[in-house]
Design a protein around this ligand. Structure first.
Ligand code: DMJ
Length: 647
């Protein structure tokens, strides 16, 4: 209450006190409203999850090209819709009373403009879109609002119409585990805030010594690797303030011009090009498309070889490219030159410049036509002669993501790139036959093969293949579907075993199988754990495809282990020996910990409608890219220029 009057109290003072009281009241009400609002959104999200059928342990088939309801809808509504139609769709959606989910992703309002590139001066609001719930299976709805300041360039490619109303997409969904998911968000905040504090703009953080770290793959320059790699995870988690800090840094600081860095073509592609492409798909912000193209252009000189198979390293200033001295007589590495397809193909589609796709298509042709020993792909190929180097084969280091990109190129194309799927099936059948084995204790593993000799050793890196086999099974029904799924589950189980057989509950870099040991590292240089994501990636994929609770339980075990052994006051470190009770920490917070490890764990505890697997395909650094024909955020440029004009 304010006093009425007083002879001794100056009127001005009373007025001031009243003003402050009113101000505090208004602020309080606003805060309470905001808190209530976010609670309501969360409640809606929970209700939405609870209301759908939860078909436990059923494998979902992801055959969406012809029968995905969105595609059916798009075909039926091929002609562009005007604003009136949009309004109508909005009304229909309201009538359906679809619950909205607060998980934020996506970008500027998707709207059909005769599939044209549109000049626009409107601000892009990357937080303006929300997932609608399961009856529409993660369709993105948009709520235009003010937002991020306009970027330097204002060209944006509009997205196709979203099928509100008219289509009922009955996708079963898992529940959201809020408590566990929030824990992962807190881990991300801890990792990011400490990077920001001690290594901002540098590549990675050294949490123990609280200073920056940079690996040679980043060419000894400050490229903000953790920012570019981690930004889409922040976006998915809805950490808006942190996202904006990162975007701002990229806009103001990120450039490869005027530096003479010797970059890894592979690492730069999967982390920087891949990261920027995902951010472009999410937001439609042209900044990211420009940066993705800028980086990819710096890599192009590496492709100037007699075969078109690129070198491993390229200098950003001189364009001089070369291979690693240790790689089998000047060879390029399968997992490196074979892991460019998703990013380069998508870059061509959003820029209208076919050059990038042509470069990776050339690599594809070489690999398609070359003779493969026993149907297998060796890890080394000489870019000058087009001949294989040492006949070492692996689904782990030096081979891994090549196989991943065969399946995913097919998925990304909306299952139209049949050549890629055929090459994938041929390769995986050979691997099943020659490299996948079962241990005496019944553990399925995929062994490295050197010439004709099985090593009975599996890299942690190969643990991604549990998810890969399962995804291969879920996306095509054929003679090998059941085998793929069985092996996918088996490998994921084995990787879990490699974790729980260590006192830290974290898995070693490589593990072996013999009469004496199973799923355990034997050599000291195999016992470390560097915050790698591959095992959690498989938990995530298997969870999405089966809804078997054990995958979430395993993921949670890993969260607890990371918190116990890898967390420090200033970020997360790897471990030097997972078999010690109190292992020494390695003092490096890898950028892929933010890009992949925490993203997959977050998604593991999220609802299926956050990045549905029939709309998004993850690059090998866990940057999700949209699937053509199934995802409104593909943002394809309408015109593909003839190569002579484009290059
Ligand atoms: C990541 O950079 C990518 O997943 C890559 O394909 C292999 N290894 C690391 C993480 O372990």
């Amino acid at each position: 209450m304010c006093p009425k009057t007083s002879k001794t109290t100056p009127l001005l003072l009373i007025g001031g006190i009243c003003f402050v009281i009113v101000l505090v009241g208004i602020t309080g009400i606003t805060l309470i409203n905001n808190i209530n609002l976010s609670n309501i959104i969360r409640l809606n999200e929970k209700v939405a999850s609870d209301s759908v059928s939860n078909n436990e342990n059923q494998i979902k088939e992801l055959n969406y090209v012809n029968n995905h309801p969105r595609n059916v809808y798009l075909k039926l509504n091929a002609s562009s819709r005007d604003d009136e139609d949009d309004e109508q769709m909005q009304k229909e959606q309201e009538q359906l009373e679809l619950p909205k989910i607060s998980a934020v992703i996506g970008g500027s309002k998707p709207k059909v403009e005769d599939n044209q590139v549109k000049e626009s001066s409107e601000a892009i609001s990357p937080y303006s879109s929300t997932f609608s719930s399961h009856s529409s299976a993660g369709e993105l709805t948009s709520t235009p609002s003010g937002g991020v300041a306009p970027s330097s360039s204002t060209v944006s490619v509009t997205a196709p119409p979203l099928p509100f109303g008219g289509v009922k997409y009955n996708q079963s969904s898992g529940l959201i585990d809020y408590e566990k998911r929030n824990q992962v968000v807190k881990m991300m905040e801890h990792a990011w805030h400490n990077y920001k504090l001690y290594a901002w703009g540098k590549n990675e953080l050294r949490p123990l010594s609280q200073r920056p770290h940079s690996a040679s793959i980043f060419g000894s320059y400050d490229l903000g690797a953790t920012i570019v790699d981690g930004l889409d995870t922040l976006y998915i988690m809805g950490l808006e303030k942190e996202y904006r800090e990162g975007r701002d840094w990229i806009e103001r600081k990120f450039s490869l011009d005027n530096i003479s860095a010797e970059l890894s073509v592979f690492e730069t592609n999967i982390r920087f090009v891949g990261g920027m492409l995902t951010l472009y798909a999410f937001t439609g912000d042209p900044l990211y498309k420009e940066k993705a193209q800028h980086v990819a252009d710096k890599l192009l000189p590496a492709f100037q070889t007699p075969t078109g198979i690129p070198y491993a390293l390229v200098n950003t200033k001189t364009g001089v490219a070369k291979n690693y001295g240790w790689a089998s007589g000047g060879s390029s590495i399968l997992s490196e030159f074979g892991t460019l397809h998703l990013e380069f193909a998508y870059l061509s589609d959003i820029t209208g410049n076919p050059l990038y796709r042509e470069r990776v298509q050339t690599i594809r042709q070489v690999l398609k036509e070359i003779e493969k020993p026993k149907g297998l792909y060796p890890n080394f190929l000489n870019p000058k002669t087009g001949k294989w180097g040492q006949l070492h084969m692996s689904l782990g280091a030096l081979g891994d993501s090549y196989y991943e990109y065969l399946l995913k190129a097919w998925l990304q194309s909306g299952q139209t790139d049949e050549e890629a799927r055929e090459m994938f099936d041929e390769a995986m059948l050979a691997i099943l036959d020659k490299m996948v084995r079962t241990s005496p204790g019944g553990l399925t593993y995929v062994s490295d093969l050197k010439f004709d000799r099985l090593e009975h050793k599996m890299d942690h890196l190969a643990c991604f293949s549990g998810g890969l086999f399962a995804l291969g099974a879920a996306t095509r029904q054929n003679d090998y579907t059941d085998k793929y799924m069985e092996v996918g589950k088996g490998i994921t189980n084995t990787c879990h075993e490699s974790y729980i057989r260590a006192p830290t509950q974290l898995g070693p870099e490589a593990f072996r199988f013999s009469e004496a040991v199973e799923a355990r590292a034997l050599r000291s240089q195999e016992k470390y754990y560097i915050l790698r994501p591959e095992t959690f990636e498989s938990y995530f994929v298997l969870w999405r495809l089966t809804h078997d609770q054990k995958y979430r339980d395993w993921g949670w075990e890993a969260v607890l282990a990371l918190e116990k052994h890898c967390r420090t006051a200033h970020g997360y470190c790897g471990l030097r020996n997972v078999y010690q009770q109190e292992p020494q920490k390695d003092d490096v917070q890898q950028s892929f910990f933010l890009a992949e490890t925490l993203k997959y764990l977050y998604l593991l505890f999220s609802d299926d409608s956050v990045l549905p697997l029939d709309e998004w395909v993850f690059n090998t650094e866990a940057h999700p890219l949209p699937i053509k024909g199934a995802n409104a955020y593909y943002r394809q440029a309408p015109v593909t220029l003839p190569v002579s004009n484009a290059s």
